[in-house]
Write a protein that binds this ligand. Structure first.
Ligand SMILES: [Mn+2]
Length: 435
């Protein structure tokens, strides 16, 4: 509770005087007819409340120098709770969540007016959800109509995201504990999946090993849909079908990571179905791994966000040039981006509550400087399209990506997902111990 309370205070301290913040929870989403997707709380809302129910809204305000925090949530209702599960309720919310008071969500529209009245700055995630925009603007309209009573309406409609997401970019110890847990479960799941691999199995059988381990450990949700691509499917960046058979000569690319208490992990490993890399697979894999090591070495305070990517691109270009998949001068290849035929995505993204986490990548047009507490992925890849007639046939259809989660520390970096092997020798040794 203290963790969330402290974040709310920090946010309010960062806002100008006489601000009001309105932040709704996530709502249930229909998958088909009466069946819903599993509920996932809104990341911003969870970050500030730790509250896991839907149909709620957080109000923060610092009007007249006084910080206030009010939660609108669902009232207790035994009849409804019999169907949809236990609710915290209005009475228990203040003690449980550390908010000043709690109000019935059904009274939201009439009460919002009081919170907005006499505020100067109206903070919300404007433009994110039309339904909430309309409700907030309707309340604002009501406040404006009170002008003759001496009530002032906000002069500024402010985006909440820049200040809140800059906070989320720097992970505190509570957040890192959750991210380490997610990383540990996913690393073990990747290890078990590699050991379970055999030609003749289907991609979904490996997916089931991965998800099965996560579930057994209590990580009920994946941070994103797992990618399990065998052979040429590894060249499809967001492959999600996971329904093809695995052949003996295939490389298998698995990009999967569980979520632990609203925090993501994101790991990719690529390994040979038979347990032994072919000469071509090994040559490209080693380039990708060298690129990843070079990129990870660039993660340290004071480096900028693009330096790992630049390092990875340089290693990949040099390697593909040596193998003859690229031709010409190294400097030209990098400048003209001809490597993009093989490496078309970027090397990193922020990681946190969201797998592609919030936070600006550039500030004033410049790549952002890395600072302790930031977490980013390092995920170079090499993909030779099955129909790439510019290269020898033996290279075609090979797809490789290697991805780890890296925390920026005072001393440099810490790889949170180091527990799952990635060298050629270590993968071949692990896969020899088939389970
Ligand atoms: Mn990723």
């Amino acid at each position: 509770m203290e963790e969330f309370k402290a974040r709310r205070a920090r946010l309010l301290n960062a806002l100008p005087a006489d601000s009001v913040v309105l932040l709704p929870s996530a709502s249930h989403k229909v998958r088909n007819r009466d069946a819903e997707y599993p509920f996932r709380q809104d990341s911003d809302f969870f970050y500030l409340t730790g509250f896991k129910e839907d149909n709620a809204l957080l109000v923060l305000s610092n009007k007249q120098g006084k910080q206030a925090c009010v939660l609108f949530c669902q009232a207790k209702n035994p009849e409804m709770e019999l169907w949809t599960g236990k609710r915290l309720g209005i009475e228990a919310a203040p003690a449980q969540l550390g908010v000043d008071s709690a109000l019935d969500i059904t009274s939201l529209d009439e009460k919002l007016v009081d919170f907005i009245a006499d505020s100067q700055h109206f903070y919300a995630c404007w433009g994110k959800d039309e339904h909430w925009d309309k409700r907030f603007l309707a309340a604002l309209g009501q406040v404006k109509n009170m002008a003759r009573k001496g009530v002032a309406a906000p002069q500024h409609m402010d985006a909440l995201e820049p200040v809140l997401h800059n906070m989320r970019l720097f992970k505190d110890t509570h957040e890192l504990a959750r991210m380490r847990k997610a990383a540990a479960i996913s690393a073990k799941a990747h290890t078990l999946t590699m050991q379970a691999c055999q030609p003749g199995k289907a991609e979904y059988e490996l997916e089931s090993v991965f998800i099965g381990h996560c579930l057994q450990q209590g990580a009920r949700f994946q941070a994103y849909n797992p990618i399990v691509g065998a052979g040429e499917n590894a060249c499809i960046l967001h492959y999600n079908d996971n329904d093809q058979p695995i052949a003996a000569g295939d490389l298998i690319l698995i990009d999967a990571g569980c979520e632990w208490d609203h925090y993501a992990s994101d790991i990719t490993r690529t390994f040979p179905a038979s347990g032994k890399f072919s000469a071509e697979q090994k040559a490209l894999y080693q380039i990708c791994l060298d690129a990843q090591h070079a990129a990870i070495a660039q993660v340290a305070p004071g480096k900028h966000f693009n330096q790992p990517h630049e390092a990875a691109v340089a290693v990949i270009c040099k390697g593909l040039l040596q193998l003859g998949l690229l031709q010409g001068e190294l400097a030209d290849i990098i400048k003209n981006e001809t490597y993009k035929a093989f490496y078309m995505h970027r090397t990193s993204h922020w990681l946190g509550m969201d797998v592609h986490d919030v936070g600006d990548y550039k500030q004033a047009g410049q790549w952002r400087e890395l600072q302790p507490g930031m977490v980013l992925t390092i995920e170079p890849g090499i993909y030779v399209a099955p129909d790439n007639m510019a290269v020898d046939a033996r290279w075609r259809g090979i797809g490789i990506r290697i991805e780890d989660d890296v925390l920026v520390t005072d001393a440099g970096h810490e790889v949170l997902t180091a527990a799952v092997v990635k060298s050629v020798a270590d993968i071949e040794t692990l896969m020899a111990s088939h389970v």
